[in-house]
Design a protein around this ligand. Structure first.
Ligand SMILES: Cc1cc2nc3c(=O)[nH]c(=O)nc-3n(C[C@H](O)[C@H](O)[C@H](O)COP(=O)(O)O)c2cc1C
Ligand code: SF4
Length: 417
């Protein structure tokens, strides 16, 4: 078993559909053009096609892409488009894999989105310090002779991918989330469209093949395919392209999952689901919503029965606190208190009041941070306390014998300079 999500991608197919769509591309321009033909000119019907295709963002919030494009296009003045490939979520590898395997699809999507909103600045953002991703992107840019798209590298921090923080970085700031919404006042103070790189790659496919093709797989509410990173207690972790609506358990079997005790859906910003729920779940909003879940940024992390969940919770709570930008009181002090209390729960001889205290603090900071970072920590901890209630009780009674394994990665953020 391994905890890492950064191995070579495992690409799979789903029954009744010819997949993969995004990950079949290959990194070089000639192969990309041979497969898809040249970049089509942006037609006046493209916005309508996006709407008909029902494309939703793949950065986490699943917002309607056509609506975002319209907001920026109609905001007035000069506009900017940012392709968000920062991927600061430690469990996620899908954007890095996409940028490495199919950078031209992303760059096509960026060019088309820029045309749609009339942008004269296009910026592709990736996290710094990853030579494989940066090499693939730089090669792709030089193959295209692109003078139009700028490459911008971001500090290795979770918050770098949050759109307000990203805009602040591009504007020369330290990457602390500004309060303005980017589509009103973003890069250079101009209306800015920030789209996840996977969203832009889907946009490039819709521009070529149309909404009807896009909807050949997936569900009515969630058409098309999506990239997911499967991590944790699985023997074949990796990035999979699956049609929305696929059974979660089938995907877990492909990834070589053990008998899971619980699954984290959506990464650290997501929620835990206990083993009892898994057979019901399909990878689409309607199925997940019924259980209070969502796919978020597409991370699915498996926790097995031999791993101490409270120790994992404590490290992730500490990681959230370390990633606060220290601007809002609820986030700065609240996340620190959540981290201390969760760590105390995992220590020898924990205080029996800790679970109640955790819930109280979680309720106090929920929805209170300007960039919603604390909401992620709150959802993670609340659902963990529920799903691992038996183990929490064992800790309170001093009897958890499970291994402390560091299954979930918690990289230290780059310091704020
Ligand atoms: C704490 C936090 C971290 C985020 N990190 C990322 C990220 O790494 N990559 C990303 O695309 N979106 C990230 N987002 C979402 C972005 O703010 C933004 O909604 C997204 O890039 C929009 O693209 P989409 O509409 O294509 O999903 C994050 C949001 C939050 C609250
Ligand atoms: S919620 Fe936290 S990370 Fe977000 S702006 Fe406030 S202090 Fe910064």
């Amino acid at each position: 078993m391994t905890a890492t999500a950064t191995r070579a991608p495992v690409i799979t197919t789903t029954p009744g559909a010819t997949l993969p769509r995004l990950l079949a591309d290959g990194p070089d321009l000639r192969a990309h053009v041979a497969r898809h033909g040249p970049l089509p000119p942006t037609s006046s019907g493209l916005l309508m096609s996006l709407e008909q295709a029902g494309l939703k963002g793949r950065g986490g919030a699943a917002f309607c892409t056509a609506r975002k494009v319209t907001s920026v296009a109609t905001a007035g003045g000069e506009t900017v488009v940012v392709a968000n490939g920062s991927e600061g979520e430690p469990l996620s590898a899908k954007d890095k894999v996409l940028l490495t395997k199919a950078p031209h699809l992303v760059l096509d999507g960026l060019a088309l989105a820029a045309d749609l909103v009339g942008a004269d600045r296009r910026i592709l953002c990736i996290e710094r310090g990853n030579p494989v991703v940066e090499g693939a992107v730089r090669r792709a840019l030089s193959e295209r002779g692109e003078s139009g798209a700028e490459l911008f590298t971001t500090p290795r921090r979770y918050l770098s991918g949050q759109e307000n923080a990203l805009v602040d970085l591009i504007n020369g700031g330290r990457g602390k989330p500004a309060l303005d919404r980017p589509f009103v006042r973003g890069v250079d103070g101009r209306p800015t469209l920030v789209d996840n790189v996977e969203t832009l790659a889907h946009l490039a496919l819709i521009a070529r093949y149309g909404p009807r093709w896009y909807r050949e797989v997936g569900t009515a509410e969630d058409p098309g395919t999506t990239l997911v990173t499967v991590a944790g207690s699985v023997s074949r972790p990796g990035v999979f392209e699956v049609a929305h609506g696929w059974h979660l358990e089938e995907l877990l079997a492909h990834a070589g999952s053990c008998k899971p005790r619980a699954v984290l859906l959506g990464g650290y910003y997501g929620r835990w689901a206990g083993a009892g729920k898994l057979s019901e779940l399909r990878l689409d909003s309607a199925s997940l919503r019924r259980e209070g879940l969502s796919l978020g940024c597409g991370v699915i992390a498996v926790l097995d029965d031999a791993t101490c969940a409270v120790a994992e919770m404590a490290r992730v709570a500490t990681w959230f606190a370390a990633n606060s930008a220290g601007q809002c009181g609820a986030c700065t002090w609240g996340l620190r208190d959540l981290a201390h209390t969760t760590s105390a729960l995992g220590a020898d001889g924990p205080d029996s009041q800790s679970p109640g205290r955790l819930m109280r603090w979680a309720n106090m900071i929920d929805g209170r941070g300007a960039c919603r970072l604390p909401d992620g920590a709150v959802a993670f901890l609340r659902t963990a306390l529920e799903v691992f209630a038996d183990e929490v009780q064992e800790h309170l009674e001093g009897g958890c014998s499970r291994a402390r394994r560091h299954l979930l990665p918690t990289p230290a953020p780059e310091p704020w300079v």
